[in-house]
Design a protein around this ligand. Structure first.
Ligand code: FES
Length: 173
């Protein structure tokens, strides 16, 4: 038996040199826990403030942006042109109706964001995912599960060009 061995039922002698118990090593004090919560909360606050500032400046930039889609003469009656507006990840569809009217909408269905397409034969915009259907004249829902009209893209004709100048969400009052 060495000098470090202990008698049965007693702590080993080395515990006299290292009195910290392994259970205590995992103990988180109230102060440490409060510090962790405070730092985590400050991190989340900073993250949210950054998102708020970023979205504010993005919205301001988007509000001013005008985007040339195409020359009006490039679109024959009943044709469509796809474009992105106001950002590169916002797909839209420009339609020249059989009557010659230019209309543009967000291409994202208001149900689950599938891409809508122009059904020239039916004269409406159709969503193939769940058979949603929107009126081409104003984007209102005429069939299926979409809960809201398609956001309309505001157009201007500037000289020969068709220009997107804003988004009308068409949220019903
Ligand atoms: S995603 Fe368009 S109807 Fe469901």
């Amino acid at each position: 038996m060495s000098s470090l061995d202990s008698k049965p039922g007693q702590d080993p002698l080395w515990r006299d040199e290292f009195p910290i118990r392994s259970g205590d090593e995992r103990l988180v004090t109230r102060r440490q826990f409060a510090k962790f919560l405070t730092l985590t909360s400050l991190g989340m606050l900073a993250g949210n403030a950054w998102i708020l500032v970023r979205s504010f400046f993005r919205a301001a930039a988007v509000a001013k942006a005008a985007y040339r889609i195409a020359a009006a003469s490039e679109l024959p009656l009943g044709s469509v042109r796809l474009f992105a507006y106001p950002g590169p990840n916002d797909p839209c569809i420009l339609i020249r109706t059989a009557a010659g009217q230019f209309l543009a909408y967000s291409q994202k269905c208001t149900h689950l964001s599938c891409a809508v397409y122009y059904d020239a034969a039916a004269g409406s915009l159709e969503c193939p995912c769940h058979n949603g259907r929107f009126a081409v004249e104003d984007g209102r829902v005429v069939a299926g599960p979409p809960p809201r009209p398609l956001p309309r893209i505001l157009l201007e004709q500037r000289g020969a060009d068709l220009v997107a100048v804003g988004v009308d969400p068409q949220v019903p009052a």
